[in-house]
Design a protein around this ligand. Structure first.
Ligand SMILES: Nc1nc2c(ncn2[C@@H]2O[C@H](COP(=O)(O)OP(=O)(O)OP(=O)(O)O)[C@@H](O)[C@H]2O)c(=O)[nH]1
Ligand SMILES: [Mg+2]
Length: 189
């Protein structure tokens, strides 16, 4: 969101951090990422959100985004989720960031994550039925070698860029196709 070059493609685009924490996160992390340095592993705590006002994304209304980033281990047990990640209760969409190359048994581990989430949400009094679930396969560079025979996905990974965002219709259609292919994808080919 702080990639200022986005405004080359979306002329009305800008973002505003809405509190001091947000400014620190946004500017420090962007500077680090641009040098190729990743942030440290996130501690397990109930985080203060990074709050960002986003204006001028084509086809979307202006909106305020709240980012709560807590440690991944908070999603290993429902009691931890309730304690450190109660913010998920009111989310419209849950995104699971899943690193397939790091998993011994992806189907089992993904099922466990989903089951942990469902139980945690139940404890929080939330309604999973009213949420969307997006599963994101991270570390795509490490997945490339499993993608023989999945040309669309290889192409999608190697040609993804900010320029693609200039044409929102095309971008969304391509995301949709990639998403449909990913539903069928499994590591064993
Ligand atoms: N191969 C590869 N490794 C990555 C990529 N992004 C992050 N990593 C590595 O994955 C590990 C975890 O990355 P983080 O960004 O800390 O992930 P996280 O989900 O925030 O993890 P926690 O904060 O510990 O819950 C680090 O060792 C990173 O170097 C990527 O795109 N490709
Ligand atoms: Mg983290």
């Amino acid at each position: 969101m702080k990639k200022l070059t986005l405004a080359e493609h979306w002329p009305d685009f800008f973002t505003l951090g809405l509190n001091e924490d947000s400014l620190n996160t946004v500017y420090e992390n962007v500077a680090m990422l641009e040098k190729g340095i990743l942030p440290d592993s996130t501690p397990k705590n109930f985080p203060r959100p990074t709050i960002l006002r986003v204006h001028g994304i084509p086809l979307h209304p202006d909106r305020t985004l709240l980012f709560f980033d807590t440690g991944g281990e908070c999603f290993e047990r429902p009691s931890q989720l309730v304690r450190f990640a109660g913010f998920v209760r009111r989310a419209h969409t849950a995104m699971f960031l899943v690193s397939l190359p790091d998993m011994d048994d992806p189907a089992k581990e993904m099922h466990k994550l989903l089951n942990t989430y469902v139980v945690g949400m139940g404890e929080l009094g939330g309604a999973t039925r009213e949420q969307n679930l997006v599963v994101v396969y991270t570390k795509a560079d490490a997945l490339i070698k499993y993608l023989d025979g999945w040309e669309f996905l290889t192409d999608y990974l190697t040609h993804g860029s900010l320029e693609e965002l200039a044409d929102q219709d095309h971008y969304v259609r391509r995301m949709h196709t990639a998403s449909e292919r990913l539903k069928k994808f499994n590591l064993c080919g």
